[in-house]
Design a protein around this ligand. Sequence first.
Ligand SMILES: C[C@H](N)C(=O)N[C@@H](Cc1c[nH]cn1)C(=O)O
Ligand code: ZN
Ligand code: ZN
Length: 478
Amino acid sequence: MAAPSEFLQYIDDKADAFIQRLADAVGIPSISGDAKRRGDVIKMAKWLNDQLTALGVETKFVDLGKQELDGQILDLPPAVLGKIGSDAAKKTVLIYGHFDVQPALKSDGWNTDPFTLVVNKEDGQLVGRGSSDDKGPILGWLNVLQYHHENKRPLPVNIKFCFEGMEESGSEGLDELVERESKPGGYFEGVDCVCISDNYWLNDRTPCLTYGLRGLTYFKVTVTGPGRDLHSGVFGRTVHEPMTDLIHLMGRLVDPTGKILVPGVDEMVPPADEEEKAIYKALDYSIADVQSAAGGEVALSSDKVEVLMGRMRNPSLSLHGIEGAFSEPGAKTVIPAKVSGKFSIRLVPPQTPEAVDPLVITYLKSEFAKLNSKNTLIIDNLHGGKPWVADHKHWNFEAAKKATRAVYKQEPDLTREGGSIPVTLTFAESLGVNVLLLPMGRGDDGAHSTNEKLDRSNFIEGSKLLGTYLYELAAIAK
Ligand SMILES: C[C@H](N)C(=O)N[C@@H](Cc1c[nH]cn1)C(=O)O
Ligand SMILES: [Zn+2]
Ligand SMILES: [Zn+2]
């Protein structure tokens, strides 16, 4: 069933108002990883709830309990659940998204304030934290709802919504909610399929459907010893320095080619055969694409298949930062007393946090023991999630393919995403239904980076795509 032309026209006609709504959403700095911003994440939950109810969705907040963050006990932001339509003759689709964002400071290198959406008239870019990840896609669904509500048109399917405010910080509390509500009599009973718009095209020109995500395990490794920060002239070469120990440990995790040095981690993953490599070879992607998205000529290989496998089907270990280290301008001659290194490993099948974490912990301890340091090592696992791979021949994907052809007049790429959305596998396993990832933004959007943007055309055509997908779902016999 094609989407009504009236719907497509409506989305075009309302584009400026939709962009204003995106500006309102970006204006709430809902950073889940920053204790000081927890009030803003909760404000964002309320804002989203108000939008949904105004568009005819019956909603409820679900309290997800409490969390310890930076030594404080904080309320977790509530999940926002919603439902619209209960026609037994129609399919029911569950839509997931997240209203929290990654941290962003102008001083990180943004050209403009990250929480003020800048509409660039020349190149059509909508610049602001969360524009692509994941406020733009969530608002895409609101745009679809608005057409049906304002024009009193029935939706082609029943919809249930599950929006969370902790995705960027480990989705705390959400797995339990999904497992509970997927049981008979639960909120998600009757769901036929799931759609998530929370990742990105491979490049800047070809829409894609995504059937895999990497999992994640995130570590914080602390080295401490001295009772306070020390003068390096007085204590240098006199005491065991926490930073020296930590840098040694961090340097033993991954080599500059990306090889993971923790014994057994890379080895868990079987090599790709020629048939699998052919899948990557066929994708519309080039080394120029990765370098232009990265903003530098820094690809690990000049072989497209190698680079794609590095992102889609192999694990990776990234070093993120060091808490407690001197990082301001100037030349302070300090020996920091306590430093914490942060790193994470992206996991692929058959890896799981349960299988990988013990290898990492044993290795860190044995490498630390080799240092003969009198400092103390503390290892914390901050959060984790399993990888996920779906059947992309399922009717849920077929509906999305038809919608992509209709809106973009292009055949979508079929991709596996390098990022992680921890709850995806929980939806698939708890509900026993197919999950589709239907991205809105482009590979060069700069999610998690400075100057994150969503192209106006991706926001508007992407909203049409989400709506058209619902009509294509409805056309498939139940
Ligand atoms: C792909 C999705 N939009 C995303 O960015 N997910 C995050 C999830 C996460 C886990 N820990 C912190 N954030 C990601 O892949 O980094
Ligand atoms: Zn993200
Ligand atoms: Zn996201």
